[in-house]
Design a protein around this ligand. Structure first.
Ligand SMILES: [Zn+2]
Length: 83
């Protein structure tokens, strides 16, 4: 199994805010809130992709060119490339 394959099977990226989540984290949240679908806890989107790359850690969004480019205003782990 390639590293990319194993990563993408356990993680999801939100298509709206690009935040990267562990699948188990989103599933736990879904069960707690008794939802039928997975919802992004940050932006409320229900659209996710398992295919993403170029993961970036944004620590200081106000000082980061990448954050500015991607319009990210909160710290976190994000996928630069979404498919
Ligand atoms: Zn989101």
């Amino acid at each position: 199994m390639s590293p990319r394959r194993s990563l993408s099977s356990r993680y999801l990226a939100c298509l709206q805010c690009r935040r990267v989540f562990a699948l188990t984290e989103l599933e736990r949240e879904r069960k707690e809130k008794r939802r039928d679908v997975i919802v992004c806890p940050y932006c409320g989107s229900t659209s996710f992709t398992k295919i993403f790359s170029d993961i970036v850690l944004i620590v200081n969004p106000e000082k980061s060119k990448v954050a500015k480019y991607l319009k990210i205003i909160h710290p976190g782990v994000f996928a630069y490339t979404l498919e």
